[in-house]
Design a protein around this ligand. Structure first.
Ligand code: XMP
Length: 512
């Protein structure tokens, strides 16, 4: 069944995927496309609405992303956000100028509730919006009226309701904007006329049909790590193609303590073809002396594929390789217009040559919380669905500097203690991801009257809903004290524990 679609045209901001997510939270299917998508293609997609995103540029610079006027002649509602609002003004004959005073962060905003965007969502006349801009619209194009303003931004929102063009200088997709989700909901439902026909059950059904049509009677191979993404992908593929699917669990040796055995236990008797490959030696050999994070990621990504190639040869010809890549992996690997942050495992780290007909990534369009919903929809056990995320390269990117067996053992033990104590304190469902990192810093300590010179372990724990932004978890001091005490006493070669109190951004969740 074809769903109603809203498209987000990406002008290069870092958080554009959030807009798509917010639209989908309204029950409306949404995809992100480049701002350069040809008009003909947009017409074919037949969207009910188009959203222009923010971006880092200034519209009046020639090299900045611009859009053809034709897009305004398609009779499709448009919402411009931040840079997107400026694009609307600039393209239709308004003026964009540098701000006298830039606005950044929560900003008191005065709304005109006669706008369809703001009326009916219990928005007070003055409320906080999240601003981040150094340019602003200083003169509106003909036919537009102002619908919001701030002290330093005369046109914080404007619209041409007759033509269904709406623009907001602030970011409604960010939680800090009061009732921002309601504004997006008003746009997609009240302006675009979407009914909200996008559900996880519908997504699962369509995905299964598409996979069947693509795979036919071909053989499918899946990389199963036991994490949420690959487990959900496995469940989806198993429903679609049954025993045409073989799941291979490459144990690269960088799993958490006991985890390799746990994954094997969980899947071995699940009815699917399950193979565990113990490849630690092979990975360690390639990583000997390597300390650069990006190099580690690339090596592990490539080695993964090689192991699959070797394994697939043993089980006969394989047509498709499935990977549990999800949306944030795609965008943070710089495949959109945003800057490269990290080469995520299975995305940027993929070698040019892969000995399979095609790669299938059935979760590529989903955010983490959507993947969990899909897993539940598919009947996966809550233990797997709610497992905290674990990066493909595993503990290799939680050991800063080069990797040795000794460091790996230290980290596994420290991490195990941390996880045990978080569970013991009943905090595991409040913290979205928590783990230990082995820094390559050593410092002086004292133990039993003797000097020690040992490693520092960092504890990282975050709360987040989308893993694109995160706050550090406010773990009670007494819990941290128990964890620290146990690690320094029970794990050899560690004499200092620190707790990471940075948010993302500017830090990322992982240390590498
Ligand atoms: P960062 O460190 O980029 O992490 O803030 C965001 C989320 O992604 C996970 N992560 C990965 N997941 N392959 C994955 O499947 C990877 O290479 C990878 N690197 C980071 C990270 O654990 C966090 O949940």
């Amino acid at each position: 069944m074809a769903h109603q679609l809203v498209i987000v045209l990406d002008f290069g901001g870092q958080y554009n995927q959030l807009i798509a997510r917010r639209v989908r939270e309204c029950g409306v299917y949404c995809e992100v496309k480049s701002y350069q998508t040809p008009i003909e293609e947009i017409k074919k997609l037949n969207p009910k609405g188009i959203i222009f995103t923010g971006g880092p540029n200034s519209v009046y610079e020639e090299t900045s992303p611009h859009i053809t006027k034709e897009i305004f002649e398609l009779n499709i509602p448009i919402l411009g956000i931040c840079y997107g609002a400026q694009v609307i003004a600039y393209t239709l004959g308004g003026t964009v100028s540098p701000c006298d005073t830039s606005e950044y962060g929560k900003t008191d905003t005065h709304y005109d509730n006669s706008s369809i965007l703001f009326g009916g969502i219990n928005l007070p006349e003055t409320a906080s919006s999240w601003m981040s801009h150094t340019n602003y619209v200083s003169k509106l194009p003909d036919g537009f009226r102002r619908t919001a303003y701030t002290t330093n931004c005369p046109f914080a929102a404007f619209e041409n309701a007759e033509k269904k063009f709406y623009a907001v200088q602030f970011h409604p997709e960010v939680n800090h904007t009061f009732a921002g989700q309601g504004m997006i909901d008003s746009f997609v439902k009240n302006v675009c006329g979407c009914v909200g026909d996008w559900t996880m059950a519908g997504y699962a059904k369509t995905a299964i049909e598409e996979i069947r049509a693509k795979v036919g009677d071909g053989k499918v191979l899946l990389a199963l790590s036991g994490g949420v993404d690959s487990s959900v992908a496995a469940a989806l593929l198993a429903k679609a193609v049954g025993n045409q699917l073989t799941c291979i669990f490459v144990d690269h040796g960088f799993m958490r303590k006991n985890e390799g055995d746990e994954v094997e236990q969980a899947f071995k008797n699940s009815g699917m073809n399950f193979i565990r490959v113990n490849a630690k030696k092979q990975f360690m050999a390639k990583l000997q002396g390597v300390s650069d994070p990006e190099t580690k990621r690339k090596i592990i990504g490539e080695e993964f594929i090689r192991v699959f190639e070797q394994e697939s040869k043993k089980i006969g010809k394989v047509d498709y390789l499935v990977q549990g890549t999800i949306y944030p992996d795609v965008i943070e690997s710089g495949l959109g217009d945003a800057a490269v942050i990290k080469s995520h495992h299975n995305v940027g780290g993929l070698p040019d040559y892969v000995d399979f007909k095609e790669i299938i990534e059935p979760l590529r369009m989903l955010f983490k919380d959507e993947v969990r919903k899909l897993g539940t929809e598919l009947g996966l056990s809550p233990v797997l669905v709610w497992r905290q995320p674990f990066p493909g390269p595993g503990l290799a990117i939680r050991i800063i500097g080069d990797i040795t067996d000794e460091k790996l053992a230290i980290l596994q033990d420290a991490d195990f203690i941390f996880r045990q104590e978080i569970a013991e304190a009943g905090l595991d469902s409040d913290i979205n991801q928590y783990f230990a990192v082995l820094t390559n810093m050593r410092s002086v300590g004292v133990m039993g009257d003797c000097r020690t010179y040992d490693y520092t372990v960092a504890l990282r724990a975050v709360t987040t809903s989308d893993f694109m932004t995160a706050d550090f978890a406010k773990i009670p001091y007494d819990v941290l004290a128990i964890v620290a005490n146990r690690i320094v006493n029970e794990v050899k070669n560690v004499n200092r524990i620190v707790y990471d109190v940075t948010t993302k951004p500017p830090a990322t969740i992982e240390w590498e």
